[in-house]
Write a protein that binds this ligand. Structure first.
Ligand SMILES: [Zn+2]
Ligand SMILES: [Zn+2]
Length: 248
């Protein structure tokens, strides 16, 4: 499996940066997870659009979906010009209605699949990979996801501390987890997001091999987030940055 970070910022990017987006590749398949602003231009640095097999969106906040609107046009053009001959499978939650209805109106680009109907213990095969979803704790409907192919990968989505995430993540080779703040921000974040230390603690409790933290507010010093995540995890933690990749 190979994970490539396309964007790591939230809820707005640093200079020349991109919001949430990750390319996961396994067995010749290409899966895009999240499509925040700036992600599409980075995706096509790595693969041709027609090589993309599916897209999964954890939730419909702007920093996770804005490039869906660009991707729609790219897919429509590719189909019209014969470079592509398929609707792109797109997995997303069913709300909030306004965003969901707009995105699902792009019927010439996407084959829509609603994650709400695919929750654990059910599994879905997406881009040849076994994918299961679990509700996250966030102020919009949001899902954590486990993706199993040649290895096991878990992505937290945006979430507050969720004890269910420990079991869900158990035994993952790589856990990509949001880390939206420092210890001092715990009170502010507690309903919707994790601190870096909490991300580390979840990873330690789940016994994952490798933790990569992401979903950074641009104003933070990333080494401070990394330090607190490492204190929680008890070992080295990777920082998601555009272009970083991890083969496992
Ligand atoms: Zn977010
Ligand atoms: Zn969010």
């Amino acid at each position: 499996m190979k994970l490539t970070v396309l964007g790591c910022w939230a809820p707005y990017p640093r200079v020349s940066g991109a919001c949430s987006g990750y390319l996961l590749q396994d067995k010749g398949k290409n899966l895009l997870i999240e499509a925040g602003n700036g992600v599409l231009s980075r995706l096509i640095q790595h693969i041709d659009l027609q090589e993309l097999d599916a897209v999964i969106i954890s939730h419909l906040h702007p920093d996770h979906i804005m490039d869906i609107y660009c991707l729609r046009h790219a897919v429509e053009s590719a189909n019209r010009e014969g470079r592509m001959n398929k609707l792109l499978p797109l997995y997303l939650p069913s709300g909030p209605a306004e965003d969901f209805n707009r995105i699902t109106s792009f019927t010439k680009a996407f084959k829509i699949n609603i994650i709400d109907h695919l929750l654990e213990p059910r599994e879905e095969t997406i881009a040849g990979l076994k994918v299961s979803f679990m509700p996250a704790l966030h102020n919009l409907p949001c899902y954590s996801m486990k993706i199993e192919g040649s290895k096991r990968f878990v992505f937290s989505g945006d979430t507050a501390y969720n004890p269910n995430l420990v079991k869900f993540t158990a035994g993952a080779e790589v856990f990509l987890c949001e880390a939206s703040g420092l210890d001092k921000d715990a009170e502010y974040l507690k309903e919707n997001h994790l601190t870096a230390r909490q991300a580390g603690e979840l990873a330690r409790e789940a016994g994952v091999k490798e933790l990569m933290i992401t979903h950074f507010y641009p104003e933070y010093i990333l080494s401070e987030l990394q330090n607190q995540a490492e204190q929680g995890f008890g070992q080295k933690v990777l920082l998601a940055r555009e272009g970083a990749n991890l083969e496992f």
